[in-house]
Unconditional design. Structure first.
Length: 554
């Protein structure tokens, strides 16, 4: 039998997370946590000593103990300025996310009855290099081998494609607890190709909850006649947060629900209707529609002017207002496809395919005398060699030959950001030249030529910038452009102003960015694989790993 390790799929969500694998029949299943639930709140409560509590209990205490509880940490992944302090220690977003991963894995090990070490972790489609790298580091701190960081809409499309043998262009409308992604994907029995993606990383079910909390606070002022801020009372704030989430869930099944709470010494009672809920959150829903229109306009530029179906993913799509508004806007079927579990299941399918293809490459390498790492695409292998390798792998793994051959659709993603460098005109005005534009298919490569600005210039500082502007030349704005790397190119002596330089950006399939700069007259060059400065550094990483090993997670 093979010593290949099963690769689990993890949906590391903003508000809820879950973990999945393929069962003995090849069906993706989500594993329950120790509380018997399929999803775990992505909330971390720093208890006394080296103990952290993850999940439901942490969430129930999030407003009561704000100095000890972290929620929505996913929104801070890749943020160099994020630090959470507790009892004289500071924690980066990567480490806090690692505790969520450890909880998921420990509970899943009890359910699966085996050690879990290898995973695929999902992330929002809008995540750039910083955020993806931070997510991978979170897995590393948790003691896991992270085989891939997979976009959530792509994972959902993989799960949908597994269950539906149809060729379609679908929109994945992914409204989670803290983020919104809208992605057009072409799905067939041989490939999954992401066409365009868009969204808002600060828009999600939390905002619907906040709107309800604001409504309840208004009811307090109206019924009590007082104007004080009851949200300053931590116990009341906690009660209102729980009330808002429960009311939202009730209104997804019923037209109205009673709501009562105590604040400022007053007992407040009200009846909330679905109509009122829709009214006070209409602007949030319209924001998703606007972002969807923007995404469709970008897709049209790439020749995709229509689509066949909308897949609803993410727990917040259970709100009836979502399906109703999309049905009104678009004349296509609306499919609520396993909203809570599809992402984790798709990641598990993808992980299984990675494992199978890895074994196939080993078998093909043995048969051909090549190195496994040199076999990039098993579909290009001679049919007879492929058949023999598939039979061997099938026997080792206990799979059917067809299952082995069918593992791994070709998946083509797009980059969700633009990448460029800063340039200056002859008047010294700074702007940005984007070499690679967002929604370009991966892998990709682009070059542009620049020149030195003064005579006998000794060096050129090449800055690598990331932004969300889909145009080649854009005005400089420090709030829109994120510095993710820089390198210095030495210029030969006595070169005149205007000496030519060529800068090349290369993005791999997994979004890894390489930069090369060449001084063309004498072919001096520099090469840089971008290591983001905003992600946890080596010293912090070692400290976080040690602390993670000693921390009791429950």
């Amino acid at each position: 039998m093979s010593d290949a390790k099963k690769i689990y799929g993890i949906d590391l969500g903003t508000t809820y997370s879950c973990i999945a694998c393929l069962d003995t029949h090849g069906k993706p299943v989500v594993l329950k946590n120790s509380e018997g639930d399929l999803t775990t709140p992505s909330v971390v409560f720093f208890d006394e000593g080296d103990n952290v509590v993850i999940g439901k209990t942490a969430k129930e205490n999030s407003k009561m103990y704000p100095d000890a509880v972290v929620s929505f940490v996913k929104r801070s992944m890749g943020d160099p300025n994020y630090l959470f302090g507790y009892q004289g220690k500071t924690y980066r977003a990567e480490e806090i996310s690692a505790y969520i991963l450890k909880k998921l894995v420990a509970d899943a090990e009890q359910e699966a009855g085996e050690k879990i070490t290898d995973v695929v972790i999902t992330c929002p489609a809008y995540f750039g290099i910083n955020e993806k790298e931070a997510t991978a580091k979170a897995g590393e701190i948790a003691g896991l081998k992270v085989h891939s960081i997979l976009a959530e809409p792509t994972a959902a499309a993989i799960a949908w494609g597994k269950a539906n043998d149809e060729n379609k262009v679908v929109l994945v409308y992914d409204l989670g607890g803290g983020t919104f992604d809208i992605t057009m994907i072409e799905v067939s029995n041989k490939k999954i190709e992401v066409i365009v993606t868009g969204g808002d990383h600060n828009l999600g079910g939390k905002d619907w909850d906040d709107a309800l909390i604001g409504y309840f606070a208004d009811q307090y002022r109206q019924q009590s006649g007082k104007q004080d801020n009851i949200l300053a009372e931590l116990d009341t704030y906690q009660e209102l947060q729980n009330l808002a989430e429960n009311s939202k869930k009730t209104l997804s099944a019923r037209e109205k629900c009673p709501a009562s709470f105590i604040g400022g010494g007053a007992k407040i009672k009200t009846e909330l209707t679905r109509e009122k809920f829709n009214e006070i959150t209409a602007d949030l829903l319209e924001r998703t529609i606007s972002l969807t229109r923007d995404m469709l306009a970008e897709a049209a530029k790439k020749g995709f002017k229509k689509f066949d179906e909308i897949l609803l993913v993410g727990g917040s799509t259970k709100m009836p207002q979502v399906g109703e508004r999309l049905k009104k806007e678009f004349s296509v079927p609306i499919n609520s496809f396993d909203p809570d579990e599809a992402v984790a299941k798709g990641a598990a399918i993808f992980g299984n395919d990675l494992m199978v293809n890895g074994e196939l490459k080993k078998a093909i390498a043995e048969a051909t005398g090549k190195k496994a790492e040199d076999i990039k695409d098993v579909s290009q292998v001679d049919a007879a060699v492929m058949e023999k390798a598939a039979q061997k792998v099938a026997g080792n793994l206990g799979f059917s030959v067809d299952a082995v051959k069918g593992a791994g659709k070709t998946i083509t993603n797009v980059i969700s950001k633009s990448f460029g460098t800063d340039v200056y005109d002859n008047k010294g005005n700074k702007s940005v030249c984007n070499l690679i534009l967002k929604n370009t298919s991966l892998p990709c490569e682009a070059s542009d030529e620049f020149c030195t600005s003064v005579n006998n210039q000794k060096t050129v500082l090449v800055e690598i910038l990331e932004n969300e502007i889909g145009e080649k030349n854009v005005p400089w704005d420090e709030n829109l452009n994120i510095l993710i790397g820089q390198a210095v190119l030495d210029i030969p002596p006595n070169m005149p102003a205007g000496s030519p330089l060529r800068v090349t950006f290369k993005l791999s399939e997994d979004g890894r960015l390489d930069m090369e700069a060449v001084e063309l007259s004498q072919n001096g060059k520099i090469h840089l694989t971008i290591q983001t400065s905003s992600v946890i550094n080596a010293e912090e990483l070692a400290e976080a790993k040690l602390r993670s090993c000693n921390m009791k997670v429950s």
